[in-house]
Design a protein around this ligand. Sequence first.
Ligand code: UDP
Length: 322
Amino acid sequence: MEKGQLLYQGKAKELFQTDQPDLIWVEYLNQATALNGAKKDQIKGKGELNNQITSLLFQRLDEKGIRSHFVEQISETEQIIQAVDIIPLEVVVRNIAAGSFSKRLAIPEGTPVKFPIVEFYFKNDELDDPMIIEDHIKVLDIATDEEITTLKTMALAVDEALSELFDEIGIILVDFKLEFGRTKEGTILLADEISPDTCRLWDKVTNEHLDKDIYRRDLGDLIPVYQEVLNRLKGEKKMYFVKVYVTYKDSVLDPQGEAVKGAVHRLGYDTIEDVRIGKYFEIKVAKSNRPIEEMIEEICDKLLANVNMETYRYEISTMEEV
Ligand code: UDP
């Protein structure tokens, strides 16, 4: 397939024509923006991660019968999508109070909402994307009654599917934003992207942000966090490799060590001052929410070392470093 003319330059993506009229070539960019573009930065690696996460999520949703414009991921940063006319609405679904909802209604962040809420915002930069109600959508001819119902039904179906998927990998889907488009035939398809840029994702155990709030609120480096979301989605477990060395305490006589020292001396190596014999363990541990150091020390104390006579030390590395 040939990449053609630039059709649309967005904040986070560029859309190009292809040699097939119904297909669009999308390139995910490294640009991060917040506060409607007032805060802007280039973050190397972000485009790749959002492309991979979005591609994976659109495929999972398709398996659940929720159709999107996604056709194929063709490179680390590129996708082919079906051409649709984007409906100028941001459809936000909320499971837990956060962000603008918390501010507007003075509901503390983290408060669960009774049932998933669907909100509509008018995609219009000049107006700063105001929230709009269904009658506004109809009066402005943005969508028909029937289409609004379809948008709400699809948004809630996405919420159910994604909440379950994220829950399985230890992540709470707090809220998210969707966009939809119409095909030539008028079918409504899920469009745009679904990534940590467009969702609030909190770690189930620690409640840490695994999303763009890291950038919006200056909480640190966004790349390892987005990578963590992708790894969990791909089912890739981070593994630790631990080396444990157990030896007699200095104050305890090591008869085997003494015997070896004697033998070494008899071979003529009389500069050998001391020999202590110990035990060595290699342990592989899947990453979990328990601090690894705490767990290893517990295992050593309970099993690997006799703490009255022996002492231990350990080295931890991640499997990639081994
Ligand atoms: N969101 C988005 N694009 C926007 C506005 C919101 O992707 O232009 C997402 C945002 O990441 C969050 C959800 O929609 O997951 C709800 O956002 P909210 O209304 O709380 O706005 P914010 O706090 O981002 O201003």
